[in-house]
Design a protein around this ligand. Structure first.
Ligand code: HSE
Length: 393
């Protein structure tokens, strides 16, 4: 039976305002936002002041509030709010991927211990219901990989650069103006946002939690016209791709990096702020989910869907975490990459298993070849601040 929901909302930024508007159009949800906790006292708001509070306890200690919706962008504060709310027996809906990726194991235990529900489908891929699908539909061990474009802002930037030849900086500004980017856009363009989403997806796809720091991520912040030109010459587009894949030895590899994508791939036509997720399985080959991955209303609707699900007491069961045969995360896999670099010291950081192609002119130097994810992960921190770009071929 549908339970009436009395919501205490944390945050009133892009997504929270999106949720507020979407909720006004959905009377059947039986959910009312009764208090909104915000930080900034000086901002002009579109609602009357009585609904706002600056004290989290006004929500957490209110016995009438049975659902906390957390939509702030401070991951540390969000962690405290979500933990306190769950421990007080309140259901929680959150969209904070950074916070969830860092603390999921603890939240899974708390949910079990306190008999409460935490839903977060909005945290990965905006409007695409990827988490609930992986949790409910693919609850068998036929799943082989989940590959996708999980960050709308970087995809928007890449689309504008490729299709309209816009500058990187201009495209990033547009993504910020449209409300797609994080407050710190480095999270988007350095692949960290996609990485956090991949961590969450992997828990529901394969029942394994991998801490974000353990896997390789590389983003698009160093992309240059030369890389775009290389892609065009090969008839490919560059996309920022996140992938979790079961290997033959039952190891699981996870990483985020740009990829040259050919026109025969589903994600080739995923443009702008859209996300696309390819789910590959042993007997059904590939399935593709596609939809808006960022923005006020797409993400607000995903939050609404979680709210509705709490209305009928839905909880994630983390079924795959209970499987007897557990997969093990490893960085043993090998990837074929393109590396554009500027000086030989940079190239020397990379221990290629095999070099396949070399190009060296005054303005453009690159190699392509096979390298282990382990080597990439080892040198990840040394790559920061260098004028290099790499992408999977
Ligand atoms: N900054 C995120 C993105 C928002 O661009 O995908 C949605 O998670």
């Amino acid at each position: 039976m549908n339970q009436p929901l009395n919501i205490g909302l944390f945050g009133f930024g892009v997504v929270a305002i999106g949720l507020y508007d979407v909720l006004q159009q959905s009377p059947a949800t039986h959910a009312v936002i009764s208090k909104i906790c915000i930080k900034n006292r000086n901002k002009q708001r579109k609602l009357s002041p009585e609904i706002f509070t600056f004290d989290p306890d006004d929500i957490l200690n209110d016995p009438q509030i049975n659902l906390v919706v957390e939509l702030i962008d401070d991951a540390d504060a969000a962690y405290q709010i979500v933990k306190s709310a769950l421990k007080m027996g309140k259901s929680v809906v959150s969209g904070n991927k950074k916070m969830l990726a860092a603390h999921l194991p603890e939240f899974i235990s708390i949910q079990k211990e306190y008999g409460v529900g935490l839903l977060y489908d909005a945290s990965a891929c905006g409007s695409i219901p990827v988490i609930r699908n992986l949790e409910e539909y693919y609850d068998n061990d036929l799943l082989q990989s989940v590959t996708g474009i999980l960050n709308g802002s970087s995809n928007y930037i890449l689309s504008k650069m490729f299709n309209q030849r816009l500058d990187y900086a201009d495209a990033l500004c547009q993504a910020q103006d449209l409300g797609f980017a994080e407050r710190d856009p480095a999270l988007d363009v350095d692949g960290l946002d996609a990485l956090n989403k991949l961590v969450i997806i992997t828990v529901h796809a394969f029942g394994i939690y991998v801490s974000p720091g353990e896997m390789f991520n590389f983003g698009i912040s160093n992309i240059h016209d030369l890389d775009m030109q290389y892609a065009r010459e090969k008839g490919r587009k560059i996309k920022l791709v996140a992938q979790v894949k079961k290997n033959l030895d039952d190891g699981l590899s996870l990483y985020v990096m740009p990829r040259f994508v050919s026109p025969d791939k589903y994600i080739y036509n995923v443009e702008d702020e859209f996300n696309g997720v390819v789910i590959k399985g042993a007997f059904y080959d590939k399935q593709f989910m596609f939809g808006k991955g960022a923005g006020a209303y797409p993400t607000g609707s995903a939050v609404l869907s979680d709210i509705t699900a709490r209305g009928y007491h839905y909880r994630y069961e983390y079924k795959k975490m209970k499987l007897q045969k557990r997969l093990k995360f490893s960085n043993r896999g090998v990837v074929n990459i393109y590396l554009r670099y500027t000086d030989e010291n940079e190239l020397a950081l990379f221990r290629f298993e095999e070099i396949r192609e070399r190009y060296n002119s005054a303005h453009f130097k690159y190699v392509t070849g096979l390298i282990t994810l382990e080597n990439l992960q080892q040198i990840k921190n040394e790559l920061k601040g260098r004028n290099i770009f790499l992408a999977e071929i």
